[in-house]
Ligand binder design. Sequence first.
Ligand SMILES: NC(=O)c1ccc[n+]([C@@H]2O[C@H](COP(=O)([O-])OP(=O)(O)OC[C@H]3O[C@@H](n4cnc5c(N)ncnc54)[C@H](O)[C@@H]3O)[C@@H](O)[C@H]2O)c1
Length: 323
Amino acid sequence: MEVVLVTGTAGFIGFHTAKVLLESGYAVIGIDNFCDYYDVRLKEDRHRILEQYPHYTGHRIDICDASRMEAIFEENSVDYIIHLAAQAGVRYSLEKPTLYIQTNALGFGILIDLARRYAVKHFIYASSSSVYGANTRIPFKETDCVEEPLSVYGATKKANELIAYSYSHLFQLPTTGLRFFTVYGPFGRPDMAFFKFTKALFEGTPIDLYNNGDMRRDFTYIDDIVTGILGVLKSIPDKEPPYVIYNIGNTICVPLEQCIDILERATGKKANIRYLPMQDGDMYATYSDITALHNAVGYTPTTSVEEGIPRFVDWYKEYYKIA
Ligand SMILES: NC(=O)c1ccc[n+]([C@@H]2O[C@H](COP(=O)([O-])OP(=O)(O)OC[C@H]3O[C@@H](n4cnc5c(N)ncnc54)[C@H](O)[C@@H]3O)[C@@H](O)[C@H]2O)c1
């Protein structure tokens, strides 16, 4: 049985990725520190679900704890790493920039160096659409210039890509970076738009829309993201150096107000919208060109927001016991 070490398994994308890996016949070693950036109950519940699988072993470890991380590699033979643990969220990186640099840059460095020293077959890691920052050419292509991140979060993700390049170049470590575009779905993150909007709709509180409502996002359903991650697992970059970056999005650019219409229909509630100015660090629009990932592994997202948003709302109602 092949062993995949997944970091961030108590988190949104890590949980879903680990679950599908376990259901696909892999053994999974999960790493997460259960940090309290958002409601830890969600993390505990995701973790409890994973623990029901016999080939899942979860560890509460901070990825920045190099010696505890090393012990995991000493005790196990790890075939692949999917590194998803991070301090996520653009806006919070304005408040706590050094936390992002610590977790996302140092933590990443510790993981990729373990991948090198323990000769892992493929190191896959989460980058982000945030690296595109001030880039105005849409849709975003991997070949676009990404020298102007608008947030420290985006800068740490760009730093990951640079470190990965140097490891692929110097040590022939196969690395694949995935630039995720606004992921949503069941067990999603409470700090993200659809979660916050749904909560506000059920609680009858205002929905804050920045840039006076004029914002667009490439919203990508979690199942499509997981399909993409599993798709690249064994697709070792076949070039010199063995390094590749892919966008992984839904290749749409939906106005937030259109999503609120869908959320209103799905919840049966009317939104009370508060229009606010643009926030520092925010991007006006994100929109992925996914040709490269499609050509490499056949990645084709299949879930529209019209389909995905009601599924998210159904989960929300069940989880929070809303009649
Ligand atoms: N969700 C999105 O839309 C999105 C978009 C772009 C990129 N990403 C990236 O994808 C990855 C997963 O994101 P997510 O949405 O699942 O976020 P998440 O916050 O739900 O998951 C991240 C997990 O990492 C854990 N973690 C944080 N610091 C840690 C540390 N020092 N040691 C160990 N574990 C730690 C957290 O407890 C959390 O469970 C992240 O790297 C994120 O930056 C996500």
